[in-house]
Design a protein around this ligand. Structure first.
Ligand code: ATR
Length: 283
């Protein structure tokens, strides 16, 4: 008698215990009736530790892994080949262990593109997008906005030099951090990619009363689920997209690639994640 081995995949990062990815993939696997495990691995920050861990997972028959901080650049370096998006971002959050070698991809960008489609349909509005922040997450957002077709993208960051560097790399327009409110009345989309608004961090100060009601406001922060920024935007009548939307959508390409089944982002999945977040925050 032969028994099929369960499918193995996982997520690597340092730290990793906060990751919601195991829960997302487990729910999708259960829905599809697939025998499989998606395991979190804490891998220390050095490239050598990462590479050794990947060598081991390949030997164990893993299909692939999601990669989170601080290993997103390591994933690209380790890979035998990488997608155009991962190369442009200079970061990958997915490694698929194919017969031809590890393939690096960036589903953070695809995930944010899905959020844009959910909120705008097929076409970007003619009004500009405003990105707040110029760290790693901001790069993926900028690439997705360009890909989606925003013709004008503004960026504001506390450290001006980082905004200037991204502006010259991606063709963005810099707005001084202290003048960020000036960009609100014309914006069609505002995206917070900073850590402001996260539990334990100061909140992001924005004059949301100056937003148009048709403006979409997105926040990559998901703890708390509704940041002060999103709550204020909702009160203003704007559509909002929270960090959980992006998290669920970035997980889907990995599940499809490794478990070979559809990965539907819906209210039921969201409800399960909301319960888990509430459990963790002791509510
Ligand atoms: P990630 O890779 O997750 O985006 P990061 O590279 O550390 O993380 O970027 C964090 C972002 O939050 C940066 O844009 C940072 O601004 P700086 O470039 O000036 O550091 C922004 N940020 C963090 N704390 C902030 C604060 N108190 N006020 C304004 N921006 C802040």
């Amino acid at each position: 008698m032969t028994t099929a081995s369960p499918i193995l995949a996982g997520v690597v990062g340092w730290p990793i215990e906060h990751s919601l990815s195991p829960l997302i993939h487990t729910i999708w696997a259960e829905r599809a009736g697939i025998a499989g495990y998606y395991i979190p691995f804490a891998i220390p920050p050095a490239y050598d530790d990462f590479a050794r861990a990947m060598d081991g997972l390949i030997k164990l028959g893993f299909k692939g892994v999601n990669v989170t901080l601080p290993h997103k650049e390591h994933a690209l370096r380790y890979a035998a080949s990488s997608s155009d998006l991962a190369q442009t971002a200079q970061a990958a959050n997915m490694l698929t262990f194919s017969a031809a070698g590890p393939v690096a991809e960036n589903s953070d960008i695809e995930g944010f593109l899905s959020v844009l489609k959910e909120n705008f349909g097929k076409a970007a509005p003619r009004s500009p997008a405003l990105i707040l922040g110029a760290g790693g997450a901001s790069r993926g957002v900028a690439i997705a906005l360009k890909q989606f077709g925003f013709s004008e993208i503004h960026i504001a960051n506390r450290t001006r030099a980082r905004a200037d560097a991204m502006a010259s790399e991606f063709g963005l327009t810099v707005v001084d951090w202290n003048r960020r409110n000036d960009a609100l009345p014309t914006a069609g989309l505002v995206v917070n990619t900073t850590s402001l608004g996260m539990i334990g961090h100061p909140s992001l100060d924005l004059e949301t009363e100056n937003l148009k009601q048709e403006t979409v406001v997105a926040d990559i922060v998901y703890a708390p689920l509704e940041t002060k920024l999103l709550a204020a935007a909702r009160r203003r009548g704007c559509r909002t997209a929270d960090g959980l939307s992006m998290l669920m959508h970035q997980a889907a390409p990995g599940f499809r690639a490794w478990f070979g089944s559809s990965a539907i982002v819906d209210d039921e999945l969201r409800a399960n994640l909301v319960i888990e977040l509430a459990r963790r925050s002791g509510k």
